[in-house]
Design a protein around this ligand. Structure first.
Ligand code: IMP
Ligand code: MG
Length: 181
C-alpha cells in the first residue's frame, strides 16, 4: 500500500508492510520461546496499545493482556527520569510469565522503573519487548529481549507514537518535520 504524503512528515522510516513483517518475525520468536506457558503482555498506555495489539494478533500461543499508565515528568533536556504509575494493572502477575511491551525505549528510565516495579510482584519471569529502540539516547543500561527496530535520534510518529496526542493511528513510522515540534 502506498504511504500517503502528509505535510508534517519529513520522511517515512518504516512502511506499513515493513512494520507488519517485522512484528510477525518478533511474534514468531516470542511464540516459540513461550510455547509451554501462558504469557501475559503488559502494555503501557497509551503509546504501546497499537504495537501490543498488532503483536498479539500474530502470536500463536494463548496470552492474557493487561495495561498500566504512567506519568513521567520531563525537564528541558527531555526525560527527568521521574516516573510514577498513574493507573495500575487490573490483576496480579505473581507466578506468571510477563512481557512488558513498550512503544519506544529512549533514555530507558521508564522501562527500568517499570521492570523493577513488576519484578517486585513475584512474576515467574519478566522480559522487555519494544517496537523501537533509540539506543544512542540510552542513559540507563537495559537488556532488551525483543526489539523490532533501532531508530536514529529523530522524533518519530505513528504506530502508537504521538506528537501532542496526534498521529498515533498512522500505520507506518515516520520522522516528524523539525518545524512541527
Ligand atoms: P524514556 O525511555 O524513559 O526516555 O521514555 C520513552 C518515552 O518517551 C516513550 O514511552 C514515549 O512516550 C516518549 N518518546 C520518546 N521518543 C519519542 C518519539 O520519538 N516520539 C514519540 N514519543 C517519544
Ligand atoms: Mg510511552
Amino acid at each position: 500500500m502506498k504511504t500517503p504524503a502528509l505535510p508534517m512528515i519529513e520522511r517515512v522510516l518504516f512502511t506499513e508492510e515493513q512494520v507488519r513483517d517485522r512484528i510477525r518475525e518478533v511474534a514468531a520468536e516470542i511464540s516459540e520461546h513461550y510455547k509451554d506457558s501462558t504469557l501475559k503482555l503488559v502494555g503501557v498506555l497509551k503509546g504501546s496499545v497499537f504495537f501490543l495489539t498488532a503483536l498479539a494478533r500474530e502470536l500463536t500461543i494463548p496470552i492474557k493482556v493487561d495495561f498500566l499508565a504512567i506519568s513521567s515528568f520531563s525537564n528541558h533536556s527531555g526525560s527527568s527520569g521521574v516516573v510514577r504509575i498513574a493507573k495500575d494493572l487490573d490483576e496480579a502477575i505473581e507466578g506468571e510469565d510477563v512481557i512488558l511491551v513498550e512503544d519506544i525505549v529512549d533514555t530507558g528510565f521508564t522501562a527500568r522503573y517499570l521492570l523493577q516495579n513488576l519484578a517486585g510482584r513475584g512474576p515467574n519471569s519478566i522480559a522487555l519487548c519494544t517496537m523501537l529502540d533509540r539506543k544512542s539516547k540510552r542513559i540507563v543500561p537495559l537488556r532488551i529481549d525483543y526489539r523490532c527496530f533501532e531508530i536514529p535520534d529523530r522524533f518519530v510518529i505513528g504506530c502508537g507514537l504521538d506528537y501532542q496526542q496526534l498521529y498515533r493511528n498512522l500505520n507506518f513510522l515516520a520522522v516528524l518535520k523539525p518545524d512541527r515540534h
